[in-house]
Design a protein around this ligand. Sequence first.
Ligand code: PHE
Length: 485
Amino acid sequence: MAEEAILGFLKNNEQITDSGQFSTEHKLDHNEVVNIIKSLHGFRYIDVQDIKRETWVLTDEGKKYAAEGSPEVQLFLAVPEEGSISKDELQKKLAPSVFKIGCSQAGKNKWVEMGKQVSRKVQHVEDKVKGTLLQIQEGKEIDKDSINSLKARKLIAPQTWKGYSVKKGPNYAPERKKVATDLNRENLQNWEELEFKEYNFNAKGAPVDAGHLHPLLKVRKQFKDIFVQMGFEEMPTNNFVESSFWNFDALFQPQQHPARDSHDTFFLKAPSTTRTLPEDYVERVKQVHESGGYGSRGYNYDWKREEANKNLLRTHTTAVSSRMLYALAQQPFVPKKYFSIDRVFRNEAVDRTHLAEFHQIEGLICDRGLTLGDLIGVLNDFFSRLGMSKLRFKPAYNPYTEPSMEIFSYHEGLGKWVEIGNSGMFRPEMLLPMGLPEDVRVIAWGLSLERPTMILYGIDNIRDLFGHKVDLDLIKRNPICRIGI
Ligand code: PHE
């Protein structure tokens, strides 16, 4: 409608001087006219020029009086034609603001006599305020004095009105031509008759909903890169199911140890036991548990093969390290630096910092004559590559390391020392039964992947990071790579 009106008008007329006037004359909505003008201008059917005019609009208060009448008239009408009404009585009949403003305006207009009793001074009054407000609402021209008094009473406020004057443009036609937008078979066959829509090279493309990396994968890559830069080789961690032997016994963890309880470990029902273990090595492990050797007194208990055979979901990636060190011991010795980052399982109550499955990062170095000083040095090197250069160590206990140290790092953001990992030197009771040479020492450390990821991504509930409650948008929202650490 508006489009026909505009193009049709320009066919016989030089210009539309004012889109506002034009809209009123043609009984069109000005907003709609403006939209059509913009679109026709985009295709250069028309040339336009902006018009700006200061106009007045009613404030909320103004709108109220336009509908209900001004307070002074409301007050006047509440006063009886004959006689008088007490001020208190009058106040009860009106809204507080109407009473207050009404009193002062009606008094000023000399409409009423104000005292303890209120009476009329004139017979009839005209609601000029309401009348003018209604005229402004209709967009009519109003005299200066009225405007000023309504403005002073905050019943109207200025507003800039925007419109256009319109002339024919270079592509003017009395009717808009349909432009072809698709490069389909039909349009291409008729290309000579058609006009194609121009490409808009400034249009934004639809976001590509391609693959997104989970924060854990991104932080895992960061750790992996650091290990590789430091010359570490990745261990094969592709077995979630492990035997108790490699997960615990080979690590000199006694069979009565509470971690081996089903409260802490998931045992498998089927297959419930492992098929093969290296028999001569098993024998040496049994020996060292029961009665020691290599300078150790052992644990002095009855070691049971059935306990070692039980299958479980590995509780730590140190199970993989024990397999790898055993394999290393079966050949002429060469020093090694190994790492792994993979999933482990613990039968724990789930809360905001614990999950029954999570990821461990583990590093180990195996060489002749290594000392605790080497471990501290490597840890400083490793963590400073992550931007954590302030470390502290606290003596700790692990069945398979001696000495053992918890690793703390000063977190600038949190303003405190936070525990970031666990470390130690593997015990001779673990290494010597494997067959490693006596002067070979193994320094090792482990940490969770979730903890640093939560710190880096500002996530305070582990269930928001991993598991079935994760919001997929979290993965889409996060940038592919984080700048900084
Ligand atoms: N396996 C230990 C844990 O689960 C971590 C660790 C690895 C400790 C290597 C010392 C040496 O917490």
